[in-house]
Design a protein around this ligand. Sequence first.
Ligand code: EPU
Length: 363
Amino acid sequence: MVPLDDVRKLLAATGARVRDSVPLAGLTTLRVGGPATVAECGDTDALVATVRALDAAGIPLLLLAGGSNLLVADAGFGGVVVRVATGGVELGEDRVVAEAGANWDAVVAATVAAGSGGLECLSGIPGSAGATPVQNVGAYGVEVARVLRRVRLLDRASGEIHWAAPEELDFGYRTSMLKHSDRALVLAVEFALRTDGTSAPLNYRELAHALDAAEGQSRPAAPVREAVLRLRAGKGMVLDMADHDTWSAGSFFTNPVVPAARVDEVRAAVSAYMGDVTIPTYPAAGGVKFSAGWLIERAGFGKGFPGPDAPARLSTKHTLALTNRGAATASDLLDLARTVRDGVEERFGIRLEPEPVTVGVTL
Ligand code: EPU
């Protein structure tokens, strides 16, 4: 624990607001996590000054914006949590620029309301705009890597600020060079928009069906946004304080990509257990992507597992979301995650990898 007075002194001139013993549960969508000292940065200058000061002093920091992809230990965090509370959004005709802390769905909503397309498939995703390139957020056939124009980064080693092109970020499925790395901090993002008001091509079958469209067709952005929000809400993937199925970090595991050489072996393991079933798979670079939600359910962990009395359960709407029913701790969630991961591995020989960033804990 860094003494509070030292933190206050260090950050006095940065413009950050420092608070002590803040329960991190209140700042994350899983609503778990113990206390920490929090430095809240309401503008980009304060954010840059705060991170530079903490880095120069060698104080460990945790960046927290929307808190929708974090599993924080019950013991909290011993360094300083830097709360990214910036929120500026600038809408142009063919682009939108958002500060890192801007609420992502508000950014999407603003583009659609202005008659611009391109981001509508990414509607309803919890969290901040600045987090979207870090894990290359994707949903309903659109990935951040494909719509991002550039990212404004603070290089934490040199202290320099620059705009980086998507090619520099090494994007992959739910990953980029910004994930699991402390090298750079996202200050702002810029996305390309479609000026004719149409959506990105509808490449996700479920969404195309919902809109009576053929796969690959476009539709006006507004009804596509509405359809995405409906589909997400049906899966408990739109934040709603009153609905514990949404007290989650979204998908807790990534969909496993099985290398081409192992695909037959995995299919055989599934058939041995399930009999002759159609296994949902998707083409992926280097192999075949299996559906984690499907594997979890077929390994015996149905929606709502392990039952109504458990503090941490699988969502009753989607097996890929681990949820806090109100009183869960980080350990409860980790126990559940291990049970599910190990069960799937035992049955099907596939090891699921967690998607959220863990702080002070590991699976
Ligand atoms: N399935 C089940 N049981 C369930 C849920 C799903 O068997 O309870 C099976 C079904 O066969 C279904 C398949 O899983 O057809 C795929 O389900 P879904 O369409 O919901 O997509 P997903 O692969 O589970 C991914 C992303 C989501 C994103 C949706 C829609 C990952 C890890 N997750 O989920 O992203 O919203 O596609 O594009 O890639 C997130 O990353 O946090 C996230 C929510």
